[in-house]
Design a protein around this ligand. Structure first.
Ligand SMILES: *Cc1c(COP(=O)(O)O)cnc(C)c1O
Length: 433
C-alpha cells in the first residue's frame, strides 16, 4: 500500500499533451466582435510561441530542455499522496488520493505555465511581462518566473484580493514583481472605471483589460494569461502526465477524478491526459469540475461567444460564461471568481465528458478544515472546492459500500489565505446567494 508516490527528477515529462488533437468535436475558433479586430490585438499582445501553441494541433509538444530544467529546479515532479487519515475519519471504503501542486515554491500549480511563458518571452527579446491576478497566485508565479529568467514583471491584482491579501503583494515584491491594485490609475481602462465607481472591487476581467492595454501600447511588453487559453491548459498537462505514472505505480485506476475550476487550468492539467482515454473509449472514469455557487460559470452560465475581459480587448471565445460584465461577490476563493471558462474545458463539459458541480463557501471551508485536521496540510480556498466533492463522493461510497478510487488535484496551499479561515471561525463568513 502506498501513502505517497514520489517520482525522480528524470520522470518530469518531456512533452506537453495537447487535447486539441483529440477533442470529440472541433473547438470553435476565437472570433472578432462586430467592427473590431481583437484577433490582431491578441497577436500583438502575446509572444509568438504562446500564440503558435494556442492554435497547435499536434498531440504532443516538446518541452524545451531549459524549461524542463527549471521545472526540476522548482521542485517537479510533485508527489501523489493518499489521504489515509481522512478516509479513516470519514469511515469510507473509498481511497482518496491527492496530487500535491501545493508543493511548488509559490504554493500552487501556476508556476507550470509561468515558467514556459517567461522563457518564450525572453527568447523573443521581450523586456517586460504584464498580467492580471485574482487571488494573487498567478502574479506570484509569474513574478518568480520572470525573476528566474531576468525579465521585468507588472501585475494588476484584483482590488478585493489586494486588500484581503496584503501578504500576496509582499511575496510578489520579494520575487521582484511590481504589483498594482486594479482598477488602477495606470491605464485608460482603469481610470475610466474609477471615475464611474471609485470603490469598484475589481474583477479578473478588469485586470486583464489593464494588463493588455500596456502590452498593446509598448512593443517591448507582452501580456500573459494564467488560465483560460489553450496554451496554458497545455503547459499544465505535466501534472496529469506525472499523475498517470504515479497511479500506475500505485496500481490504481481512478473511478472519480476531481478538480476545482476557475479558468480551468488545474483541472485541464490534471485531467486532460485521462480524458483522452475516455475520448478514445478506454476509460470509465468520472470527471468532476467544482466551482463556487457565487460564480457558477459551468453550472448556471450559458455556452456562447463572449469576451474574456470586461472591456472587449480580447477576441470572443466560445465558452461557458456568466457574461463579461458579471462581477462575482467577494468570496475568498479569488481564483474562482472569473466569469468565463477555458473553451476546451467548456466544450468537454458541453459534450458530457466533465460533470460540473457547485459548492457554497461555508461548506467548502468546512471541508478544508476537516482536511487540514486529518492530513495536516492547509488547502487554498480554491482547493477546498475539490476537497468538498471528494468528501461527498467518499461519503456516498460509505452508503453504497463501493471501494472507489477518488483522485483530486490539490491545486494549492492556504498558508497565505488565513484571513478566509479566520472569517470562517469568527462566524462572519457569508454564503453568496
Ligand atoms: C488559480 C488557482 C485556481 C483556479 O484557476 P484554474 O485555472 O481554474 O486552475 C485554483 N486553485 C489555486 C490554488 C489557484 O491558485
Amino acid at each position: 500500500m502506498y501513502n505517497k508516490i514520489v517520482l525522480s527528477s528524470d520522470e518530469v515529462p518531456k512533452k506537453w499533451y495537447n487535447i486539441n488533437a483529440d477533442l470529440p468535436v472541433e473547438l470553435p475558433e476565437p472570433k472578432n466582435s462586430e467592427g473590431k479586430d481583437q484577433i490582431n490585438a491578441l497577436q500583438k499582445a502575446f509572444t509568438k510561441e504562446g500564440l503558435a501553441q494556442e492554435f497547435a494541433t499536434d498531440r504532443y509538444i516538446k518541452i524545451p530542455s531549459e524549461v524542463r530544467e527549471l521545472y526540476m529546479e522548482m521542485g517537479r515532479p510533485t508527489p501523489l499522496s493518499r489521504a489515509k487519515r481522512l478516509e479513516e475519519y470519514l469511515n469510507t471504503p473509498a481511497k482518496i488520493y491527492f496530487k500535491r501542486e501545493d508543493t511548488s515554491p509559490t504554493g500552487s500549480h501556476k508556476l507550470n505555465s509561468a515558467i514556459p511563458q517567461a522563457y518564450f518571452a525572453k527568447k523573443e527579446g521581450i523586456e517586460r511581462l504584464t498580467t492580471e491576478t485574482g487571488a494573487g497566485q498567478w502574479g506570484t508565479a509569474l513574478s518568480l518566473a520572470c525573476n528566474l529568467l531576468d525579465l521585468e514583471c507588472t501585475v494588476y491584482m484584483v482590488k478585493v484580493s489586494f486588500n484581503q491579501k496584503p501578504d500576496r503583494k509582499n511575496i510578489m515584491d520579494i520575487y521582484n514583481g511590481k504589483v498594482y491594485a486594479s482598477p488602477s490609475e495606470n491605464t485608460k481602462v482603469g481610470r475610466e472605471i474609477l471615475e464611474k465607481n471609485p470603490s469598484h472591487p475589481g474583477s479578473l476581467g478588469v485586470a486583464i483589460s489593464e494588463a493588455m492595454e500596456e502590452a498593446l501600447e509598448n512593443d517591448e511588453v507582452k501580456y500573459t494569461l494564467g488560465s483560460v487559453l489553450n496554451h496554458v491548459m497545455l503547459h499544465q498537462t505535466i501534472i496529469g502526465q506525472e499523475l498517470k505514472t504515479q497511479l500506475e505505480i500505485a496500481e490504481e485506476e481512478p473511478d472519480v477524478m476531481i478538480a476545482c475550476a476557475g479558468g480551468g487550468s488545474n483541472l485541464a492539467g490534471s485531467l486532460f491526459p485521462f480524458i483522452k482515454d475516455k475520448i478514445d473509449g478506454n476509460s470509465n472514469t468520472q470527471f468532476i469540475a467544482v466551482e463556487p455557487s457565487a460564480c457558477p460559470t459551468l453550472t448556471k452560465g450559458s455556452y456562447e461567444y463572449d469576451f474574456g475581459d470586461v472591456n472587449g480587448f480580447t477576441p470572443m471565445l466560445k465558452m461557458f460564461t456568466l457574461g463579461h460584465d458579471f462581477v462575482a461577490p467577494s468570496v475568498h476563493a479569488g481564483g474562482l471568481r472569473y466569469h468565463g471558462m477555458s473553451p476546451q474545458v467548456s466544450l468537454l463539459t458541453k459534450e458530457g465528458y466533465i460533470e460540473p458541480r457547485s459548492a457554497h463557501q461555508k461548506e467548502v471551508f468546512e471541508a478544508g478544515v476537516c482536511f487540514a485536521r486529518n492530513e495536516g496540510i492547509l488547502p487554498a480556498p480554491e482547493t477546498t472546492h475539490a476537497i468538498k466533492v471528494a468528501i461527498d463522493e467518499a461519503i456516498k461510497c460509505k452508503k453504497t459500500g463501493k471501494e472507489k478510487t477518488i483522485v483530486m488535484n490539490f491545486s494549492g496551499h492556504g498558508m497565505l489565505d488565513l484571513k478566509g479561515y479566520a472569517s470562517y471561525f469568527e462566524g462572519t463568513m457569508q454564503n453568496a446567494k
